[in-house]
Design a protein around this ligand. Sequence first.
Ligand code: BG6
Length: 473
Amino acid sequence: MAKFPKNFLWGGATSAAQIEGGRCLDGKGLCHLDYVYFRGPKTPCNFMLKKDLEKARAEETTLNFPNRRGIDFFHRYKEDIALLAEMGFKSFRMSISWTRLFPTGLEETPDPEGVRFYHDVFAELHRYGIEPLVTMIHYELPIIFVEKYDGWVSPEVIPYCFRYLKFLIDEYKDEVKYWLTFNEINNTINFLPDNMPDEYFQDAYQHLHNQFVASAKAVKIGHEIDPDNMIGCMICGITYYPHTDDPKDILFNRHKWEKGIFYCGDVQCFGYYPTYAKRLWDEHNVKLDVTEEDLKDLKEGTIDIYTFSYYMSQSVTTHKGEEVTRGNMSTGTRNEYIQYSDWGWGFDPDGLQYYLEMIYNRYERPLIVTENGLGAYDTVEEDGSIHDDYRIDYFRKHIASMKKAVENGVDLLGYTTWGPIDLVAASTGEMRKRYGFIYVDKHDDGTGTLARSRKDSFYWYKKVIASNGEDLE
Ligand code: BG6
């Protein structure tokens, strides 16, 4: 029976906006995530348009902006990393805040304080033998690009972004080997409802194309800087099932995989647009603005590792009137064979094995599960303990599924749970939706001492890591 590889990267994942806080400290500039408000509209975390920004600005004094506070990792990173090390972490996925380095996004040289902050964080991780796994852009976009260009819809963002990406790989070359370019790059198109007007698709596909180009340029330069760099894509992995055995549903499901999952993976792994891309564009009269130079970049900047988040499966159908369930920003029909979280996300460990095997067969590249976790309500007992057996149960089943995929030959390098420490939810800005092994005393209204404490799952995950995934009891 195959086991997890000896150097398996057990760990956890976070993002700068959801943990750091320290908005505007040491010169940090504003990014669009600073304007994502508590339980506000769901899409702005990956796709903010000028009108979303204007609404948030008009109510700036009354709205609650949780990302501006995070969980104060900016000041408490040493304490937090010590806790991760206590669990035996081998890797920590984090992101870098673009606007902590380039406060407006337009500067030619970065802010030295920001640069130093990440050197300090990496040094602390290495002190404990924890490998940083770094997302270069976890949704974040400096605010000026939303104001001027409606974000990524314009190719004008590419050179500024490339300056930032190149800087990162060069500056931190001795500290970071694993880089991910764009977090959940496929969300832009995957979560766009089919009945939206064509202009939304035009913008979404162009937005993605511009990100593919920026990403490919970063991969290329990353390999030039150090051929040993392992640079990956990051895809929001949802396992789609046809809701019925109606052949129309089977075909619909296949197309859902192509649009939602394969489109972004294929371009980043193969280096060109797949045949079915033309069908996707034609469905919405999309005319992509693509240059010869872009195509060359895509070809020369293919990724080394495929990484993905996995929270849920979803059933899809062409039939009307089925009960609908919601995920992060997506919807599907209710599947009677799976459980649902407090937030309605379909809890499906078998779907993880399905996804791993399907993707590995398609690309035959090493994989990392860079997010997987359960957002749930936690209760703090009088003595301060937190008995989160539901979270343990969730992870136990998902790790067992991953193990089966490894036994079936999948080359899996690591597993970083989302988020090992309670953090701000990306889609809703909530704190009450808790993911961590580590509890953070902080609440939706911004109150709380920010004190950290260990939940039951903390001790359980520690045992899992110590046994390299053998002891799941
Ligand atoms: C992923 C994102 O979609 O899901 C994370 O990459 C996010 O940033 C995670 O936090 C969980 O979603 P949410 O909305 O519950 O925080």
